[in-house]
Design a binder for this molecule. Structure first.
Ligand SMILES: CC(C)(COP(=O)(O)OP(=O)(O)OC[C@H]1O[C@@H](n2cnc3c(N)ncnc32)[C@H](O)[C@@H]1OP(=O)(O)O)[C@@H](O)C(=O)NCCC(=O)NCCS
Length: 216
């Protein structure tokens, strides 16, 4: 079986499903239809694609299909005993899912492989992060966007544990050239290791939090 791009960033006991290109289509379950009706066609396509992929990842855990609705803070309500993460951007949709006995939470994020809009980095990055980005070799990786993505993945991973909105500026991330990053969440200062990669013009970041992360 070919490992998905996001799957290369996460431990082998995390199930992943992804699609490059147009978002995959499929059937929604009743409560999902009720939730998403009336939203923009683009949002409906994203929402549907994410549910199709999530059910695929959960099926590998032998979890029967059930509605996957956004809950508190927008975080999906995963079936009992499971946790996961969803991301969608133009040209890419992905889901990762695992058992809560193995990982406390997962965070994945995808972004176009392009620099952030001019003048927006300061909204989410500290002066120290600015300095670290400036020291990275300039090339095909837009480090500012990658930093943003790693912070979003970290936010998504910690939200189910903290149930707290956290400004991305308060999450600190150090990017490493070997495809890893180190993230610190303000409510759980222990450093957490994530991974990043690029493929087909998309940046993907991911981290899996160990069960001890529940002590936030
Ligand atoms: C929630 C957030 C992380 C989503 O990220 P995004 O890049 O906009 O969108 P993505 O497609 O990658 O992710 C969307 C998915 O994240 C998941 N998600 C949304 N809120 C979440 C939360 N609080 N916790 C965990 N996952 C969440 C959902 O599964 C959603 O997809 P769905 O609605 O189809 O289920 C982002 O909007 C956010 O709020 N960031 C943190 C707050 C902040 O500081 N923002 C300032 C930015 S300048």
């Amino acid at each position: 079986m070919t490992t998905s791009t996001v799957g290369t960033l996460l431990p082998a006991d995390v199930n992943c499903a992804e699609a490059f290109g147009p978002p995959p289509t499929g059937a929604l379950l009743g409560p999902e239809v009720a939730h998403i009706q009336g939203r923009s066609p683009r949002r409906q396509r994203q929402f549907t694609a994410a549910r199709v992929l999530a059910r695929s990842a959960l099926a590998e855990l032998d979890v029967p299909a059930r509605p996957l609705l956004p809950g508190r803070g927008g975080a999906p309500g995963w079936p009992d005993g499971t946790t996961g993460s969803i991301t969608h951007c133009d040209g890419y949709t992905a889901c990762a899912a695992t058992r809560t006995s193995r990982y406390a939470a997962l965070g994945i994020d995808a972004e176009p492989q392009q620099p952030l809009p001019h003048g927006t980095l300061h909204l989410t990055a500290s002066a120290a992060e600015h300095r670290r980005l400036a020291r990275l070799p300039q090339g095909t990786v837009p480090w500012d966007r990658l930093l943003f993505s790693a912070k979003e993945a970290t936010y998504k991973a910690f939200y189910p544990l903290t149930h707290t909105w956290t400004a991305l500026a308060s999450i600190t991330v150090a990017l490493h050239l070997d495809g890893t990053f180190t993230a610190r969440h303000p409510l759980n200062p222990q450093p957490r290791q994530g991974r990043w990669t690029t493929r087909h013009g998309i940046l993907v970041t991911a981290l899996a939090l160990p069960p001890t992360s529940r002590q936030t």
